[in-house]
Design a protein around this ligand. Structure first.
Ligand code: TYM
Length: 332
């Protein structure tokens, strides 16, 4: 089977709807046809100013959301990045073949460093995409299911993998980004020209997987829509309505074009009510199951130990090849 690998950072309270629709939905779909590796990039988290706050608890909560969302630990390998030391080790090697200018061009670094300010921008934030390349290349992944905002990082991964192969001999598989046709970029409900993110200006712009149904419904019903009253998909002229259509399209597995036909002659209010209902119906069972799973943290930890052991088998083999290729004197 071809292999996929992906991960979502353990955010403070919950994954948000963008993470769910842009990434998690696809993790679940891919696990039959692919040998799937899904992980929690906790090493990445500590590059943000509050990244170490309640990290262990956040990591478990995120793991529970993966499972509640449909990641099946029988079919997929689920693990925590810091449990597999090879990620940090390979990252170091890759840093030495990454250009300073190349890393400086990463748009997420540029955005985040402006947002964090000079005092909170650390060197780890700068090398973050190289750690991500290590995550992917270690597992010889064929595909990387991500939302649109991670595309540039996957491109860097391809560049670094190819450069290493060229310089030291064929070692890594070069992965493809797998970006869904619908849901790859979910926008903020209050500011539908910016993507939904954990750092949105207003919490009303974001829906968290673990939000109460009432809160979800309210936020969708008070989403910013656009002038006019025709439900149509037009990112430029109708970003708010288009965002609701994308959300409804993914949660109901209905093409946007079909939805647009269904809403012909109907008001924005109908679209909001239906979207709210569909999102609540999707997220409510995930929320309930997450809370249930969190009642037994020892069981989650046990599953993660199994996952880490499986992940390490693959990761250590690749790292061994890398060290040999570079030409380190290996311990005997
Ligand atoms: P992170 O934690 O920011 O996001 C996790 C996943 O959610 C997607 N996503 C979105 N999709 C649609 N609309 C949105 N508004 C939205 N916001 C986020 C992201 O594209 C991502 O797929 N660097 C990564 C984590 C990572 C990783 C990796 C991913 C580390 N190593 C290796 C893949 C492979 C990140 O911070 O994603």
């Amino acid at each position: 089977k071809p292999r996929v690998l992906s991960g979502m950072q353990p955010s403070a309270d919950s994954l948000h709807l963008g993470n769910y629709l842009g990434a998690l939905v696809n993790y679940v779909k891919l696990q039959d046809e692919y040998d799937a590796f899904y992980f929690i990039p906790d090493l990445h988290s500590i590059t943000s100013p509050d990244g170490a706050t309640n990290l262990a608890e956040r990591t478990r909560t995120t793991v529970a959301q993966y499972i509640a969302g449909g990641v099946d630990v029988e079919r997929s390998t689920l693990f925590v990045q810091s449990h597999v030391p090879e990620h940090a080790e390979l990252s170091w090697v890759l840093q030495t073949i990454t250009g300073f200018g190349e890393a400086s061009r990463m748009t997420q670094f540029k955005d985040k460093s402006v947002r964090y300010g000079q005092d909170s921008t650390n060197v780890g934030l700068f090398t973050y995409p190289v750690l991500m390349a290590a995550d992917i290349l270690l597992y010889q992944a064929d595909g990387v299911p991500v939302g649109d905002d991670q595309k540039q990082h996957v491109e860097l991964t391809r560049t670094l993998g190819a450069r290493f192969n060229h310089r030291f001999g064929e070692t890594f598989k070069i992965p493809e980004p797998m970006i869904p046709a619908e849901g790859a970029r979910i926008y903020d409900l209050q500011d539908p020209t910016s993507k939904m993110s954990k750092s949105s200006a207003s919490p009303n712009g974001r829906i968290n997987v673990l939000d109460e149904p009432k809160v979800i419904a309210k936020r969708i019903k008070s989403a910013v829509t656009d002038d006019g009253n025709v439900v149509a998909f037009d990112r430029e002229a109708k970003p708010g309505v288009s965002n609701l259509l994308s959300i409804l399209s993914v949660v109901t597995e209905t093409p946007v074009a079909t939805l647009v036909e269904q809403y012909e002659g109907k008001m924005y209010g109908h679209l909001k009510v239906d979207t709210a209902e569909a999102v609540v119906a999707t997220l409510e069972p995930i929320r309930a199951r997450t809370l249930e799973l969190l009642d037994d943290p020892a069981e989650l930890d046990r599953l993660l130990a199994v996952g880490a052991a499986k992940a390490r088998e693959v990761a250590s083999e690749t790292l061994g090849k890398v060290y040999d290729a570079v030409g380190f004197l290996r311990p005997q």
